[in-house]
Design a protein around this ligand. Structure first.
Ligand code: GRF
Length: 196
């Protein structure tokens, strides 16, 4: 049986994408077939190419109608023969139609312990709330933002005097372990949720 084909959507540096690609390449349990960015200048595009993964850019600014962007992304994913899609620092919200077409097969990583702090500025919000713990969550993507079924979470302590940047850096290290572990669990059909 051939291994699942995985596409990864990015908007920036792509460190989570690199962690996913390296884990797939080392473990041989899945094949990274496409890294797609909505940002032409995303640093992750070069990093993906260095890892030997095909890349493409679909700039959301080229589309007047939002669903046309969604459809172009969907077409690229289908052209690549993707079975699973991982959103990894992908900063566009995909509409319900395309999300529905990938139901159960589209994952996202979010830098908070969902259901706490969906959306942006998660680390600043955790610090402002006086939380003792922060972390990250991998979940299935549904039409509701950052609200799909949780696949796994990883936690870090919030330290006295933490800044959002310092906390983000520690959470990002956890993200790099959690996301590959969560992808492996999904592909293995393992019981969820997991921690890493
Ligand atoms: C990560 O913290 C991810 O959880 C968030 O944006 C950041 C992307 O980092 N959504 P990278 O592009 O994977 O380095």
């Amino acid at each position: 049986m051939s291994t699942p084909r995985v596409a990864i959507l990015i908007s920036g540096g792509g460190s989570n994408m690199v962690a996913l690609v390296r884990d797939m390449q080392a473990g041989g349990y899945a094949q990274p077939v496409l890294v797609l960015s909505n940002e032409p200048c995303a640093g992750g595009l070069e990093r993906a190419a260095e890892l030997g993964v095909p890349t493409c850019t679909i700039d959301h600014r080229d589309f007047v109608v939002r669903t046309d962007f969604d459809d172009a992304v969907d077409a690229a994913l289908r052209d690549a023969g993707a079975d699973i899609v991982c959103l990894a620092g992908f900063m566009r919200i995909l509409g319900p139609d395309v999300v529905g077409r990938w139901a159960g097969r589209m994952l996202n990583i979010h830098p908070s312990l969902l259901p706490k702090y969906p959306g942006l500025n998660t680390h600043a919000r955790a610090i402002a709330a006086g939380d003792a713990e922060a972390g990250c969550t991998v979940h299935l993507v549904t039409a509701a933002l950052d609200a799909g079924p949780i696949i796994g979470q990883a936690r870090v302590a919030v330290e006295p005097g933490d800044t959002p940047q310092a906390l983000a850096a520690r959470v990002l290290e956890k993200e790099h372990r959690l996301y590959p572990a969560a992808l492996r669990a999904v592909i293995a059909g393992a019981p969820t949720p997991i921690t890493a």
